[in-house]
Write a protein that binds this ligand. Structure first.
Ligand code: BJW
Length: 233
């Protein structure tokens, strides 16, 4: 059985990573589409670098939760038949044990040189405008995808969506495209669709939608799927 899982900020909420559009949202009253843009970066580089430096540093204070760990267990069962796509820029899936994760909106622990286009693992700060390790230019920015920019790995994701048997969306509000359209792609390709979220997402065209905490819903669903696969083996 081929499964594509899409995760959003909700899966990391119980680890202590703020979501974007909740009451205590990450951008404190600003609409993400107003601040997460290349234009906002150009207007105030220091503000944006400081914001992402703080989020990168905060990774050391959070841990993966039961939902991240359950998806790592599912990878052990399904192997290459699982594609885990995350919109999150944290590294909690990897630290939860997942080996293959597509970060479609980039990663906090990476920097992108806008002079030479090199992407580099990055654990430190960017506010101090350090030189690019590849070309020496002082042109590094967080390697994340802002509004108006192309998300990563779209060809791989679209191919997987068209050929999967099941698409599962976890902890995402379903308002940001192209991720919000994945349910339609998968359904058009004949896949079953399942949503696991605190509340119904904006794009809730899922055949089944379960509401609750990711730390409870995800391990329960992984347990069910694993039992079904073992019964059919
Ligand atoms: C829990 C929980 C718990 C809480 N358990 N659940 C008009 C129409 C359609 C599209 C457009 C349009 N105008 C412009 C566009 C395109 C635009 C877009 O979508 N805009 C909309 C806002 C209208 N998109 C883009 O520009 C994208 N690029 C693009 O489209 O390129 C062209 C292209 C087209 C086709 C194919 C390929 C390319 C780029 C989007 C980049 C988004 N970037 C950000 C910032 C990343 C860096 C950073 O982190 O700072 O990505 S914005 C932000 O939103 C971040 C997230 O990944 C993303 C999604 O947020 P998410 O994860 O859904 O979080 P929340 O907070 O919204 O929701 C959390 C959910 O969890 C809630 O439902 C809670 O209930 C739930 N929850 N606790 C379970 N314990």
């Amino acid at each position: 059985m081929k499964v594509v899982v899409l995760t959003g900020a909700g899966i990391s909420a119980e680890s202590g990573v703020p979501t974007f559009r909740g009451e205590d949202g990450l951008w404190e009253g600003h609409r993400p589409e107003d601040v997460a843009t290349p234009e906002a970066f150009d207007a105030d580089r220091a503000l944006v670098q400081r914001f992402y430096d703080a989020r990168r540093a905060s990774l050391a204070r959070v841990q993966p939760n039961a939902a991240h760990r359950a998806l790592a267990e599912l990878e052990q069962v399904l192997g290459d038949d699982l594609l885990l796509v995350t919109q999150n820029i944290d590294d909690l899936h990897e630290r939860g044990g997942s080996k293959r994760v597509l970060h479609m909106h980039g990663e906090l622990r990476a920097a992108w040189c806008t002079a030479c286009d090199q992407r580099t693992p990055w654990l430190g700060t960017l506010l101090d405008e350090p030189p690019c390790p590849a070309c020496g230019a002082h042109a590094l920015r967080p390697d994340v995808v802002w509004f108006g920019e192309m998300p990563y790995e779209m060809d791989t994701i679209h191919l997987a969506l068209f050929s999967c048997d099941l698409f599962v969306s976890i902890g995402t509000s379903g308002v940001v495209y192209p991720a919000a359209g994945f349910v339609d792609y998968a359904a058009a390709g004949g896949a079953d669709t399942l949503e696991l979220n605190l509340e119904r997402a904006a794009n809730s065209d899922f055949r089944v939608s379960r509401q609750g905490l990711a730390s409870e819903l995800v391990p329960a669903w992984v347990g069910e799927l694993t039992a079904t696969l073992q019964a059919g083996a």
